[in-house]
Ligand binder design. Structure first.
Ligand SMILES: [Zn+2]
Length: 245
């Protein structure tokens, strides 16, 4: 089915939400909301240029819009709607655009894939995981991130997948997420160098990045623990995602 037909079908779903017993959060204009999703998706599709790259991105974003519609259709009394955060769902168009705007042109074909975005039943694909952490405000892609830095991070995801830990590091200063290197088995730790004499003793285990590849700050937090603290970067993320269109 073509994109316009798929969107047309969704738009008719959206129209049904206006009718009782449909429910809308106060002050939501669905026409505007729907237009915003389509507008942002089209920016990403323009960045991809090549039409053969578009289907996984379209599938991905339409699935997110369908989830939002499904959530709204359940109405204000649904337990799930109370648990879910509507603001979170509304950030999908912006995070997808921000990611693709910063991926260098020659790497976009490697990111706009089923493997990176949609994956299979086993585990969350890397690009999907990154976007999820952004909509949840657990990380941020700084707007001035350079293509070189983006390339360095994507190279890890594409080239060193087996060495990536399940947990991610988030820069305390700018909010950028970076993959964490799996620790080698304890039996191999003796092979790694140790800190210099006079410094606190530590074994120097392999790392993908010794500091933030964007702002060079050394301090970071595990992604799942970022909600514990108020970070200045989170305010920036809210501005960029909720008001920056
Ligand atoms: Zn940083």
């Amino acid at each position: 089915m073509s994109l316009s037909r798929r969107l047309g079908k969704l738009e008719s779903e959206v129209r049904k939400l206006h009718a009782p017993p449909g429910w809308m959060p106060p002050r939501w204009n669905w026409d505007e909301e729907f237009d915003r999703w389509v507008r942002q998706l089209n920016i990403v599709l323009d960045l991809l240029v090549d039409e053969t790259l578009m289907p996984p991105v379209i599938d991905y974003q339409i699935a997110r819009l369908e989830e939002l519609i499904h959530l709204l259709r359940m109405g204000p009394d649904s337990d799930r709607l109370k648990q879910e955060n509507l603001a979170e769902y509304r950030r999908w168009p912006a995070v997808l655009r921000i990611l693709f705007e910063r991926v260098p042109q020659d790497l976009r074909a490697r990111v706009a894939t089923h493997e990176a975005l949609l994956g299979n039943a086993t585990g969350t694909p890397w690009a999907n995981r990154w976007l999820q952490s952004m909509v949840r405000l657990r990380s941020r892609i700084p707007l001035d991130l350079t293509p070189e830095t983006m390339r360095a991070i994507i190279d890890v995801y594409l080239g060193s997948r087996e060495m990536i830990d399940t947990l991610h590091e988030i820069c305390d200063t700018c909010g950028l997420s970076r993959p964490h290197h799996k620790a080698p088995p304890y039996s191999e730790w003796g092979q790694f160098p140790t800190s210099q004499p006079g410094e606190p003793f530590r074994i120097i285990l392999p790392e993908f990045f010794t500091c933030c590849p964007h702002c060079e700050a050394a301090d970071w937090m595990w992604e799942h623990r970022t909600p514990e603290k108020d970070y200045a970067w989170r305010d920036l993320a809210v501005d960029e995602l909720d008001h920056g269109e």
